[in-house]
Design a protein around this ligand. Sequence first.
Ligand code: CU
Length: 148
Amino acid sequence: MRRGTSKAAAVAATVLPIALLAGCGGGDAPVSGAAPSTVAGVGTVTVAPDGVQEVTLQTQDDYVFTPDHFSVAPGKVRLTVVNVATQATHNFDFTPDAGPAPIDASIPLLAPGERKTIDFDVETAGDYPFQCSFHVQLGQVGTMTVRS
Ligand SMILES: [Cu+2]
């Protein structure tokens, strides 16, 4: 057993609450029936200086991805999923055997307050369904369209 590992974990544990506080920034009054506040830039596909298409999706306690659809051109994609939930742990993967071509990149676990980024390439045009496999039966699904 290496002591360095537990030390790193302790550091991460102290950093996380700071990130959570920063993400809360005021307006956390409960608004029943309304969509939760959305992280800036969510759903907008931008092209980084290195040519990679970047897009951020958000999910929260209501079992939806925001947005549940986005479009990219063939090429490299860098997808970030932010979980602003206080309770729900989600994940992200492309629904197996559902799109025109397999995409193996996935986020196996996304705890409340976490954000994770995956990179992948797309070449074949079409609609690629994605999901949170924990909550697919609650309708936590979406679609990425790769334009031709
Ligand atoms: Cu989920």
